[in-house]
Design a protein around this ligand. Structure first.
Ligand code: I3S
Length: 128
């Protein structure tokens, strides 16, 4: 009982498995391709790492990169409207670069945590 617990290395960090699909890229609508992805928030960057199962169709048309990242600065996050997806607990993330993503989990409390965390991130990391 000498030492208080040390704070986490990066307070803005969060990670979990989520279902993800791009719906718009560079402002242009793209075909949905839901995939399970290990998702990491680091600073203002959201990183989607290839999930288990692999394959070249991860995250849209033949992309073989192991990860896909988006910059949240200047972006937005909100609950997706019913017409965006028939799934439950879907968040819509829009970036300054014209990428729109849907992220989803069947785990209610997990997706609520992500909603909170993403909103926090967007409001604390200003766009310069
Ligand atoms: O917005 P959409 O077109 O209803 O999205 C569905 C499609 O992407 C569908 O794929 P195919 O049209 O290639 O079969 C997916 O399987 C569905 O999951 C998509 O809808 P949800 O409501 O699950 O996001």
């Amino acid at each position: 009982d000498c030492c208080p617990p040390s704070p986490p290395a990066s307070p803005s960090e969060k990670s979990s498995d989520l279902n993800v699909t791009k719906i718009t890229e560079h402002g242009k609508k793209v075909r949905k391709n839901w995939a399970s992805s290990w998702t990491v928030l680091r600073g203002s960057t959201l990183i989607f790492a290839k999930g288990q199962g692999g394959g070249t169709s991860w995250f849209g048309g033949g992309q073989s990169l192991p990860e896909f990242t988006v910059d949240l600065r200047g972006g937005s996050v909100e609950w997706a409207s019913k017409d965006k997806s028939s799934k439950k607990h879907v968040l819509e993330v829009k970036t300054r670069q014209g990428t729109e993503l849907l992220i989803q989990s069947d785990n209610d409390s997990l997706i609520n945590e992500w909603h909170q965390k993403l909103q926090e991130t967007i409001s604390t990391h200003a766009w310069e």
